[in-house]
Ligand binder design. Sequence first.
Ligand SMILES: CC(C)(COP(=O)(O)OP(=O)(O)OC[C@H]1O[C@@H](n2cnc3c(N)ncnc32)[C@H](O)[C@@H]1OP(=O)(O)O)[C@@H](O)C(=O)NCCC(=O)NCCS
Length: 155
Amino acid sequence: MPKKIKTKTPSDSETLMTEVVYPNDANPMGMLQGGRLIQWMDTASAICAQTHAEKIAVTVSLDKVLFKNPAKIGDIITIKAKITRAFDTSMEIFVRAWARKVISMETYMINEAYFTFVALDDNAKPTLIPQIRPVSSEEKEHYNDALIRKGQRKK
Ligand SMILES: CC(C)(COP(=O)(O)OP(=O)(O)OC[C@H]1O[C@@H](n2cnc3c(N)ncnc32)[C@H](O)[C@@H]1OP(=O)(O)O)[C@@H](O)C(=O)NCCC(=O)NCCS
């Protein structure tokens, strides 16, 4: 009899991470460097993926990265990572980042991207992961669209 794969919801592994932009995170104009932001987003999505999979998971791809607005030194950065869908051994994580001005509290979106992670077993080979049961209408939409995006990545 095949082993039953358990099901989890996107909320079970949703991950929130907060950072502050310091001068060594910024370019000469005081704007948060793109590479640093992607590093933080990768960390948040890795925590999300590993919480879902209950395994070590590695980044295999990153797409649809969109730098919408710059963040500046002193801004508070909030990153939200949420799984959209689990496949056999891979999972897609949707990550969004916002910047908040400390004094005015103005908050705006600065980046969004889709990360794909693969869960590994003890021999560093791809291994099966729990499936996703989307609950909200937004989660269901992300879940359905994830299959289309996976097909596009294969091409
Ligand atoms: C991740 C890795 C183990 C996958 O190995 P692989 O031989 O390509 O494995 P497979 O072909 O069996 O694919 C495994 C899964 O990855 C997915 N995958 C492979 N390449 C992909 C890509 N470019 N984009 C999205 N998914 C991809 C496959 O679709 C498959 O998913 P599924 O099982 O859910 O259908 C391997 O590519 C690797 O070690 N990459 C380096 C990872 C790394 O160092 N990351 C940075 C540090 S965290």
